[in-house]
Design a protein around this ligand. Structure first.
Ligand code: CA
Length: 231
């Protein structure tokens, strides 16, 4: 699916020019000539980015920008004929992400559109990647920063211990066999005595987590099956 860009601009020539360039880049383009139409499109369509002119026939672009920001997060690039710095500050404080002064080179607009969309996509991906964290009952584990905290105090885990813990956190609620753990964490083929290696590391990990072997709070043993961290 191509990204959908809404151009809000009452000067038809400018809107058409931008449409040609953006369509050439593979974007799908919708055009609105006033704020009222723009709002209708925004509510009905999934807009990925908006190019917004400041001087519009009904509500001005800055006000529209502020209204949109109350509900939507997609990037907004303001277009304006006025070039004073004050306008730029105004535009950005209304929630715009970038600012282009007329007359502009359409290629520059395309470049800015790409930059904003890339940033937006990255931002959103990171947001959903908060699955890279585990936070429960005082235990906090973050895969990205390799941090493990117990009741707010950082634990020093060896890389293997961390990997074991994260492997279980990532699959919280499901039982992971000793074999699966070994093959994924150590990346080696599992043999009978590999189980001892896993057990030894689990024991050390539990010790650091303050888990009593008989009644572990975090790393549970499911007899005859494997290990588990509750959801
Ligand atoms: Ca205008």
């Amino acid at each position: 699916m191509s990204d959908k860009i809404l151009i809000v601009e009452d000067e038809k020539e400018i809107a058409d020019l931008l449409e040609v360039y953006l369509t050439n880049e593979g974007y799908s383009v919708i055009k609105a000539e006033c704020s009222k139409d723009a709002l209708v499109f925004i509510e009905k369509q999934n807009i990925d980015l908006m190019l917004l002119d400041i001087m519009l026939p009904d509500i001005d672009g800055l006000t529209l920008c502020r209204q949109i920001r109350e509900k939507y997060l997609f990037p907004i690039i303001m277009l304006t004929a006025r070039s004073s710095d004050m306008d730029k500050i105004n535009g950005l404080s209304m929630g715009a992400d970038d600012y282009i002064t007329k007359p502009f080179n359409p290629l520059e607009v395309v470049a800015r559109v790409k930059t904003q969309l890339r940033r937006y996509t990255r931002y959103n991906t990171q947001e959903t990647e908060s699955v890279n964290e585990f936070d429960r009952d005082g235990l906090y584990v973050c895969k990205d920063s390799h941090i493990c905290e117990l009741y707010g105090k950082e634990l020093s885990l060896t890389p293997i211990e961390f990997d074991i813990l994260w492997y279980l956190c990532e699959r919280k609620g499901t039982v992971v066999s000793s074999e699966e753990l070994f093959e994924n964490v150590w990346g080696e083929k599992y043999f009978t005595n590999s189980n001892n290696t896993v057990m030894a590391h689990i024991a050390r990990l539990r010790e650091k987590l303050g888990d009593e072997p008989r009644h572990p709070k975090f790393v549970k043993t499911v007899w005859g099956v494997g290990y588990k961290i509750e959801t």
